[in-house]
Design a protein. Sequence first.
Length: 233
Amino acid sequence: MKPALLPPEASRRTAIAIATGLAIVAILLLERARPLRRRTQPAMRRSVRNAMMGALCASVVVAVEHPLSRSIAIDNVRRRRGLAQQAPRALRPAIAFLAMDYGFYLWHVATHEVPWLWRLHRVHHVDPDLDMSTAVRFHMVDMLVSLPWRAAQVRISGIDPATLDRWQLFFTLSILIHHANLRLPVAGRGAGRADDRRRRSAGAGGPADRAGDAGAVRCRRMSCTVRNIQADP
């Protein structure tokens, strides 16, 4: 008797979960093998604390954000709503992907510029060390207050459910790598040094690098950062 095949959506979500899990394990191993910075606190205690904060945030994401985003994405396709749905079919995934990423960049700027949002977001930046666990260190209220903006992102972008899944995977992997305590090859070291500056700025109490957590925007800025920092002493 042949095993039942998973529906395409369930199969896609399973593949994303496996890819995320494998990426986490790989980054953990690489952080141990090629650390960029010396730790200032016991790793286990810090990681557990950050993981607990991340679990609270994940509960908001799983219980509210993902179902809401998926419902809006399905409606985008059904009603042909949003930027991507007005474009030729072949261009829709790329337009939706970039619109989602740029929308998150704008939200991240707001969390650094609006005082009451910065008070919540600063929890992420005052981590005494910087590694992959920092990527999930957020105040749960920070996640809650971002929900209307995230829903608006999905609606305005016109993203479809499949592209939404791919963007969320890209976004998750990019923030994990972005925060990792990992010594990169020469071509990527500028980004690591930029992160050190970002952490010191936040620890001092002022808004830091505003482009921090938008994946595609960050890739563009990282390439510029490398070129600029190569001239540093």
